[in-house]
Design a protein around this ligand. Sequence first.
Ligand SMILES: Nc1ncnc2c1ncn2[C@@H]1O[C@H](COP(=O)(O)OP(=O)(O)OP(=O)(O)O)[C@@H](O)[C@H]1O
Ligand SMILES: O=P(O)(O)OC[C@H]1O[C@H](OP(=O)(O)OP(=O)(O)O)[C@H](O)[C@@H]1O
Ligand SMILES: [Mg+2]
Length: 282
Amino acid sequence: MLRIAVPNKGSLSGPAAEMLHEAGYQQRRESKELRIVDPVNEVEFFYLRPRDIAIYVASGRLDIGITGRDLLIDSGADAEEILPLGFARSTFRFAAKPGTVTSPADLAGKTVATSYEGIVAAYLAEHGIDASVVHLDGAVETAIQLGVAQVIADVVETGTSLRNAGLEVVGDPIMTSEAVVVRRTGTDGEDPKVRQFLRRLQGVLVARTYVMMDYDCRVEQLEKAVALTPGLESPTVSPLHNEGWVAVRAMVPSKEAQRIMDDLYDIGARAILTTAIHACRL
Ligand SMILES: Nc1ncnc2c1ncn2[C@@H]1O[C@H](COP(=O)(O)OP(=O)(O)OP(=O)(O)O)[C@@H](O)[C@H]1O
Ligand SMILES: O=P(O)(O)OC[C@H]1O[C@H](OP(=O)(O)OP(=O)(O)O)[C@H](O)[C@@H]1O
Ligand SMILES: [Mg+2]
C-alpha cells in the first residue's frame, strides 16, 4: 500500500485534499482524522503538519508527501521535489520599515525574525552577510513593531500583511514557492504505484489548465487554424458532410481560449465550442 503524507492544516491543506479528491482518491470526512485508508486505490493517507512532511518522507516511513517548496527547503530534510502542483503559490522575502534597510547587504549587524530559519540562515551564509536570526512561530510582522527584530523574512502572497504592518519588501524574492510532491532523495523513480499517483495528479493539472476546443473551418483555412490550435500532439481533423469543410478538435490552454476563439472566428471558423476536461491521462 502506498503511504502518502498530506497537510492537515493551513494554506496547503484544503487545496491538497481537493486535488486528491479530483484525482479519484478518498479523503477524510472531518479535520480531526489523522489517517485514512483508501482500499480501492490501495493508498494510506497520513494527515500531518505541513512543516513535518518532508521529515517523515526523508525517514523513508512514508513514500511521498505534499508540502510547500519553501517548507521542504527550510526543513533541510533529505527529500526532493518531484512534481509542482500549482497551488499555495507564494514568494519568500525580506521586509522592513521603509527607509531602514534598502538592500540585503544592509542586513549586516541586524536581527531578522522568521519562522523559516533554515532558508534565512542559508541565504545569509551564501551571501556572506553577518546577521542574527530570531525564530518566531508566526505573525512575524509584529516583531519589528515590538523591537524584537529590524527585519523579517516571511511568506508573501498578496502583500496585505506587509502593508497592514507598514513594512516594505527588501531586495528580490529569496525564493518562489508552491505546493509540491516530495519523495526521499534518490529513491528509485520506477515504483509503479508512485508513477500511477503522479499520473493521476498530472491529469488533474492538465484538466485544470486546458479546455477542449471544437470548431468547423474551410479546408483552405485549415493550416492557419491548426497553427492557432496545435493541440498537445496534433489536432484531430474530421471531414464534414458539407464538402470543403472540416471539423477540428484540440486541447488549448484555458487562459488563452477566448483569444483563440476570436482569432479562429476572424479566419472564418464557425461553431467554435469549448468544453471543460474533467480528467485525463496524457
Ligand atoms: N498567504 C499565505 N500564508 C501562509 N502560507 C502560504 C500563503 N500562501 C501560500 N502559502 C504557502 O503555504 C505553506 C505554509 O503553510 P502552513 O500551513 O505552514 O502555514 P499557514 O497557512 O500559515 O498555516 P498556520 O496557521 O499553521 O501557520 C507554505 O508553503 C507557503 O508558501
Ligand atoms: O501576503 P499575504 O497575502 O498577506 O500572506 C502572507 C501572510 O500570511 C501568512 O501568515 P498567516 O496568516 O498564516 O499567519 P502566521 O504568520 O501566524 O502563520 C504569512 O506568514 C504572512 O504573514
Ligand atoms: Mg502561517
